[in-house]
Design a protein around this ligand. Structure first.
Ligand code: PLP
Length: 232
């Protein structure tokens, strides 16, 4: 029962992403759905993978390690760490993930860059920017990341591929939209200052992903909408 529901939810979310992309003149294939599986049991994650989810996101390194191991026999998926990473958990996380979305300080970025020297295939990273002026969030405060452009441009072993933001819990799409517009503007400025391509904008969650796609998201991180009607 759950598997059918999860499959239907996945198809519905994908269709909404595609419709939002078309509305804004974008190619739907330019947007990757990262299915956020935090706090969901392995069997539900397996159902999601079997329904065709190819990119999965976890918040906590420990939970990610456990899920990757438990799903070793499932069809292959690309894993993303979307939550905060402490330097001491990086070594074990590196080989398991395609991307780390929430690198939230220059110090952490430099640590990861040093660790990447010994990693055969280090993940790509996005830098987290707090665009919503809420004190509690991790990340560079809004445009302050531009001050670090020179240092970011010197990162050589790990690939910085874009920016990530969280518009805030429980906000709706229109409340969130200014954060997405802002992240794109900061990305454009950082691109000019660093010369990096910075193709990725990781933004948009269950409540606001359509606005994020309309404003240029290339990665949306959607959890609860995929598990609608499914008990944890
Ligand atoms: C949980 C989480 C999401 C997904 O949120 P939903 O509202 O469940 O879609 C996305 N990004 C981050 C960083 C999260 O922690």
């Amino acid at each position: 029962m759950n598997s059918a529901r999860i499959r239907d939810n996945l198809l519905a979310v994908r269709e909404r992403i595609a419709a939002a992309a078309r509305r804004s003149g974008r190619d739907p294939s330019a947007v990757t759905l990262v299915a956020v599986t935090k706090k969901r049991p392995v069997e539900q994650v397996r159902a999601l993978i079997e329904a065709g989810a190819a990119d999965l996101g976890e918040n906590y390194p420990q939970e990610l390690w456990e899920k990757v191991e438990a799903l070793a026999d499932a069809p292959p998926a690309r894993w993303h760490l979307i939550g905060h990473l402490q330097g001491n958990k990086a070594k074990r996380t590196f080989p398991l993930v395609r991307m780390i979305h929430a690198v939230d300080s220059l110090k952490l970025l430099r640590t990861l860059d040093e660790m990447a020297a010994d990693a055969p295939n280090p993940p790509e990273v996005c830098l987290q920017v707090n665009t919503s002026a809420e004190e509690a969030k991790h990340g560079w405060k809004d445009a302050s990341i531009i001050d670090d452009a020179g240092a970011i441009a010197e990162i050589s072993r790990i690939r910085v591929v874009g920016l990530m933001t969280m518009a805030g819990w429980g906000t709706d799409a229109e409340t969130a939209r200014p954060s997405f517009v802002r992240l794109r503007a900061i990305r454009d400025a950082l691109r000019r200052q660093t010369g990096l391509a910075l193709p990725h904008l990781s933004m948009g969650m269950s409540n606001d992903f359509e606005a994020a796609v309309e404003e240029g998201a290339t990665l949306v991180r959607v959890g609860s909408a995929l598990f609608d009607g499914v008990e944890p």
